[in-house]
Design a protein around this ligand. Sequence first.
Ligand SMILES: [Fe+2]
Length: 241
Amino acid sequence: MSFIDIHCHILPGIDDGPGAVQDSVAMAKMAIDDGITHMFATPHILDGLYRNGTAVIKETCEKLKGSLPNGLQLLYGADVRICHNLLERIENEDIPTLNGSGYLLLEFPSLALPPRLEDLILELRQHKVIPIITHPERHLLLARRPALLRRLRECGAMSQITAQSITGGFGREIRNVSYALLRMGLVDFVASDGHDVRMRPPQLSEAFREVVSLFGEETAMRIFVRNQEEILDAVYSCSAR
Ligand SMILES: [Fe+2]
């Protein structure tokens, strides 16, 4: 089984992921062993804490490629915290979508849900940006409001849960929320959100097997493989233009 990981903090030294290149290389080896063939390097963009932008992310990504073992194709992206001038910053190419595909990893503030989220999603979609809401199962408020997640998806957002949430790495409650979201059909992607090789590993295969056994092969293929392939298709069609 081969996987595309759309959310991983593998770039060294620019967020709370690996500190040095050899740590990134160890993560890459682990990912390859797990069957991951493509990985979007998605460091945090979080004002006041991680001031990353498209230029530094692309540059760090290109540098890391030279040190990676064969078997893992690295693409760029970012794990983007909602900010007030989000659309403007995307259009200025200060904030990257997933390798320029238009798909955007979008993270909500940890302890709050901003007002008028539906309007934000609609506005992004009108500008050809497809927001992917990251780990709703781990968000204190959103985890309790699946109806809101459903509305956001109806407005055109997609959602991504974390592999370790499914396998129990974040505890029983988050695992139960993940199962509930899967049961309700509110999950579009599973990604590793890897940060290191010990606590937050870049692995997907165990969660894939669990989803196959609990929710069936069809669901597993859609949220681990097919939706990710659509992003890759968008990447390649954008770069061919
Ligand atoms: Fe992340």
